[in-house]
Structure formats: C-alpha cells, structure tokens
Design a protein around this ligand. Sequence first.
Ligand SMILES: [Mn+2]
Length: 437
Amino acid sequence: MLSQEIFKKRRQKLFDAMIDNSVSIVISASEHERTNDVVSAYRQDGNFYYLTGIKESHCAAVLFKRKDQCVYYFFSRVRDPLQCQWFGDLIGQDGAISNYGADSAFPLDLLDEKMLTLLSNCRRVYYSFGRRPEFDARFNAWIVTLRKKVRAAINAPHEITNLDKIVHEMRLIKDADELALIQKAIDIDGQAQIRACKTCKPGMYEYELEAEIRYEFVKNGAMHVSFDPIIAGGANACTLHYGANNQKLNDGDLVLVDIGCEYEYYASDLTRTFPVNGKFSPEQKAIYELVLEAQLAAIEKIGPKYAVGDAHKVSVEVITRGLCKLGILQGDLATLIKEDAYKPFYMHHLGHWMGLDAHDVGEYYIDGKGRPLRPGMIQTAEPGIYINPNTPGVDKKWWGIGVRIEDDVLVTQDGYKVLSAAVPKTVDEIEHIKAAK
Ligand SMILES: [Mn+2]
C-alpha cells in the first residue's frame, strides 16, 4: 500500500502547478447500479485516488491556493452509525484530517455553500469538465450564482482549465512505489496465464479457463480485474473485444487469453495465445512466430531515444513483410504499407499506456506528433494478426486464426524493461508448458 506521504507529495506537485489564487476540484467516481438496489463493485476514479489515496464514494477534494497558502479541503459523508452498520466504516471528517492529510474537512452536504466562498474572486478553477455530467451541472450552478454577485464586489472565476491535463502528465511517469505495485499485478497476471495454459484441454469451455484465471487473481490478493477477461477460442480471437467466453475450446484451435488484474489499484494487461491441445499446427505456428517477431522488433523501438508511434511502425513493417512471405498479401512492400493493406489483419494500434487504469491516461500525440518516450512511462506492446473465416483472397488454411501477444514495457534511462518477461511466449516454451503438465 502506498503511504500517505506519497499522496501528499502528489498534491504538493499539483499545488506547485497551480497559479496563485486558484482552486482545483476533484470528484470521486459515481456508483453504478447493476441490478435493482445493488451497485457494481465500487472503483474510485483514477485521478481522485492518485491525489487522495481515498477509496470511498461521495467525496470531493478541493485544493485552494492563495498568496502561497495551500489548503486541502475534503468533503465526504458524515460517519452515520446506521450507514456504517450497513456499508462499513466511513472516513468521516475527523478521519480525513487525521488519516488522509486534509487541512479542513466538511460534510458533503455543505459542498455548495463552501464552494461559493472558495470560488469567490478566484482567478482560475482547475476542473475535469465533461466527465461527470451530474457534477458539471452543479459546478455550472456555482459559476452562475457567483456571476450574479458582480455588484457585491464578488467576481466569478475568470478561467476554467482542464485539470486532467496536469494530473495525467503526472500519472504518465511512474515512480518506484508505483512500479512495485504494477510489477506485483503483472506477476499475478503471469501466474494466471501459466495456470490457464497448463489447465487448458480440448472440450473445456472458455469460461472454465476464466474461472482458473480469476481464482489465481483473487487468491493472490488481486481482488478485481482491470478489464473483463477475453478468453477467445478459435475464430473468436478475431473479435478484438470478445467477452462472451461461453464457447467450447476445440482440439486443433488456438485460444487467445487477454487478461488484466488490479493490485492495490494498479493494473496489469497481458495476452498470450496458445494451442488448446498443446501443439501448434504449421499455419498457427507461422502466424504466431510472425506476431512474435513483430512484437520483439517493436519492443526494440521503445526507449528514451524513440517517440510514440515508432514501435507501432516497425510492427506494421514486420507484419506486412511476413504476410507477403506467407502469401496472404501480394505486392510491393512499401506500397502495401502505404495503402494500409495490413489493416484487415492488424487493425489496432501496438499498445497503450498502463498504470492506475489498464488503458491509462495521458496524451499520445502532441501537436500531431508522437510524444517522445520518457523513463517511467509504461506501455503495452501487443501486435496481433487476425484472419477472419471466409476472408476472400486468403487461402482457407489460414481462416479463423487469431493471435495476439502482449507484454507490459517500462521505458528506462537507457532503453526498456519488459516487466512481464517471465511469462513464457516462444512456441517452444508454450509447447513445453503444455507437455510438462
Ligand atoms: Mn492491452
């Protein structure tokens, strides 16, 4: 678990980025009803957790800066004994101050009243507009109310700035404490991958593998998935976000397993593809080795010397060249790349940022150009080839093969570190795991 010192440092960093006479407002995630009266497992908003360390719903954190005085206000529910009886202990106002570093704490019911005071004559507000419509309306009402006080010597804020920009830039660079938690999530994920690979046999259902995976997650303290597991046997792997996980795993097919868990709020995201019966067919092996070659080549282009997009470009080149060699594409390599001929088979990007969210926040392009990679960034490298059944012009022997290989890669001072390097991925390694069971 991260110490309160870490959250305090993050808030200080945000205070440092704020102009004088300004206010930042951060809101906890909403609850979502799943069935009548029953809400889904609550997950705090990434930005809110990053700055407060608080996992409770119905909270607001307000950072107030004026004349170099920085005050951290916290709003949350009161510790009503009846509420606590049903839903567990609440932080309450005293707890926000003594355990979570707030300078001043109030019941959530006082938020409107207090915000009108805090926003009076404030120059700039930092707020993540457009993410919680119900809260946007409330924020709007504060501004409208303050505008009406112009003759009473009270001005509404002059500027509203997107808070996301500042916090997302902070979140993009992971520190040592975050890396330790991400590594733990990845290690658990890797164990689940190996368990799935060992357990799998023809005739099982996709959900049986999902059960093995979820068992491994929860047993190791990763209580939540970072996204719903994708367990895609055979041609189901050609559906990128397949999630039904209810089909039989057939002898002779591959199964694509794209899974992530959360450990202390930090995510992992790994994909492995392996033969249901333990042995790759020649066609499956050819596609698999091409995806692996593309992935390894792409990873070499991750590091401080490179920018977003460089690694993807290499994966496109390797895949297009390989598809030509296999006779799946025909023509001049440069032309095929220029004309996106690979896209029916490799239609997604190489990867995404990873951190508190599996698809972590942060801009990829700045002024239209891929941003330079910096130490502490983590991105996934997950090329794939998907050959839909009945693809015209493609030999039938390739139909229904879908392969993706995904690892989580940290940008370091001198290059990269594959954080999931311990999870087997060569054909030999995979066949060996299956044979050894
Ligand atoms: Mn991913």
